[in-house]
Design a protein around this ligand. Structure first.
Ligand SMILES: Nc1ncnc2c1ncn2[C@@H]1O[C@H](COP(=O)(O)OP(=O)(O)OP(=O)(O)O)[C@@H](O)[C@H]1O
Ligand SMILES: [Mg+2]
Length: 476
């Protein structure tokens, strides 16, 4: 038993590949369906074949009877009679006309009749049932009652050997079976071929491309070619191509990001060391008596401290997300002042930064992170403003809304270029200025979102640009 099971499994595995596919199954199914419909056609046609056979016997018998009629006393020689019967393929003929007497042509020993069929007025179902009885029996002697071919009144009976009818019906059925086989194989073959061409081969191309793409997504050859087909397969192929293109682009971008991340980490690492040295040196500035140096030194040290912090945080950013905010309470106004002095506004006063934040705005947030948000916005504005053409203005306002603090950061610059607007807040793609990395706004948005708030663009046109920072919370 085990042996048998193993053999069955093996034979399935060794089936040729094309027989295991969808088109082979459809080939078999189509052949079966065509055979089924052939059976439905066969049933009435075998009944009609039997009826025609018997009607022909009656017609032949009628012809034979005409020879009898031609003789003066309606008698023919025995040998002629046998010949007439054999020509009509019957064993006896009985003609009953209403106005004439009964005429008979019969073998010397009249055969015993096993069953009588009356063809006059037989319905279709009866004829079908009779045809199958003949196929099953096949050896009886039948009396068949019919009417005269010339429509004259009376009846014409013939005695027929069922074996003759049976043989003719078997021959006819065999031919039908052969023909059905040819038709079903031909139809199934055509269905098979068209399915293979229209569906199976394109589907195979699609699956092959999927497998190749899964194995080596960076390989451009694994991307499926475009299709001009308007049907579902064409749509599937086109969608797959879009998907593969999108994935490849994302993958390449990710590769670039990884490389950039590594580079930034290295730079950051060394920059931190350089800044540490600068910090040591600037510490010594505190001892210098010069009043100018005394005024500048704390700001310089603060900037270096910030730079070191930023380097440390960026190093951790490469590994995970930005450090979680460490909230403290502070007045926003002084933070904006700090930011203004560190933003690098031109000394000639061609760009004015108006701090319009009220003293009542005390935030509970990570001061350093909010500083970076404002600093990024300020740098963008300064870079966008062109004080040579018209004096630039930057202003920061803040007030309390229902959900928390609303800080508006506006400038009188030329507005965002279309390219920047399309990918605003997207890392590396948002930049539209030479030397820009496109990280500033992305980082700023991330920092505000880490606070549960948001950074959005309110408006931007040739009169200027307005960004809005939302920070949750209320007056402290
Ligand atoms: N206030 C603004 N006015 C006009 N254009 C702006 C303004 N802010 C941003 N942009 C445009 O949006 C782009 C994206 O800004 P983002 O700060 O994200 O990147 P970046 O300034 O190019 O580079 P990074 O800040 O990383 O050095 C800028 O390149 C600039 O073209
Ligand atoms: Mg920027």
């Amino acid at each position: 038993m085990m042996e048998k099971v193993r053999n069955v499994g093996k034979s399935r595995r060794t089936l040729p590949r094309w027989l295991r596919g969808l088109s082979a199954r459809l080939l078999v199914l189509t052949a079966v369906f065509v055979m089924l419909s052939e059976v439905l056609i066969y049933v009435p046609s075998i009944a009609r074949f039997r009826l025609t056979f018997l009607e022909n016997r009656i017609a032949d018998a009628h012809l034979a009877s005409l020879a009898l009629k031609a003789t003066p006393d309606n008698v023919v020689s025995k040998s002629l009679m046998l010949e007439l019967l054999s020509n009509a393929m019957v064993r006896g003929i009985v003609l009953k006309r209403r106005e004439a007497r009964t005429m008979m042509l019969m073998e010397e020993v009249p055969p015993t009749v096993d069953f009588t069929y009356d063809l006059r007025g037989a319905d279709a179902m009866q004829l079908i049932a009779d045809a199958f009885t003949t196929l099953a029996e096949g050896g009886r002697t039948l009396r068949v009652v019919g009417s005269f071919p010339d429509q004259s009144e009376g009846s014409l009976d013939v005695i027929v050997d069922e074996a003759l009818l049976h043989k003719a019906m078997i021959d006819y059925s065999t031919n039908i079976v052969k023909l059905s086989l040819v038709i079903s194989l031909l139809t199934a073959g055509l269905v098979f071929l068209s399915l293979r061409l229209l569906m199976v081969l394109p589907m195979r191309r699609i699956t092959a491309s999927m497998v190749a793409f899964r194995k080596a997504p960076e390989n451009a050859n694994a991307v499926i070619s475009d299709s001009t087909r308007g049907d579902e397969i064409g749509t599937a192929q086109r969608e797959l191509r879009h998907m593969q293109d999108g994935l490849r682009t994302a993958l390449t971008q990710k590769g670039h990001l990884t490389a950039l991340g590594v580079a930034v980490s290295k730079i950051n690492h060394d920059l931190r060391n350089i800044l540490a040295t600068a910090q040591l040196v600037s510490d010594r500035l505190g001892d210098v008596e010069d009043p100018t140096v005394r005024q500048i030194a704390p700001r310089l040290m603060q900037s270096i401290d910030r730079a070191i912090d930023l380097c440390s945080q960026s190093l951790s950013f490469g590994r995970a997300d930005e450090a979680a905010p460490k909230p403290t309470t502070f007045p926003l106004r002084t933070l904006v002042d700090d930011m203004a002095s560190a933003a690098g506004l031109p000394d000639d006063g061609s760009i004015q930064l108006h701090n319009r934040v009220g003293d009542e705005i005390i935030l509970d947030a990570d001061r350093e992170q909010i500083f970076r948000v404002l600093m990024n916005l300020a740098r963008n504005s300064i870079q966008a403003l062109d004080p040579g053409t018209k004096p630039g203005e930057i202003s920061v306002t803040a007030n309390w809304g229902a959900a928390g603090a609303i800080i508006e950061f506006s400038d009188s610059g030329p507005g965002l270029p279309a390219r920047a607007r399309e990918h605003l807040f997207e890392a590396f793609t948002g930049s539209a200025r030479a030397g820009g990395t496109g990280l500033g706004l992305t980082i700023a948005k991330e920092l505000t979102q880490a606070h549960g708030g948001n950074l959005t663009l309110v408006s931007s046109d040739d009169r200027g640009t307005v960004f809005r920072i939302d920070l949750p919370g209320g007056p402290v």
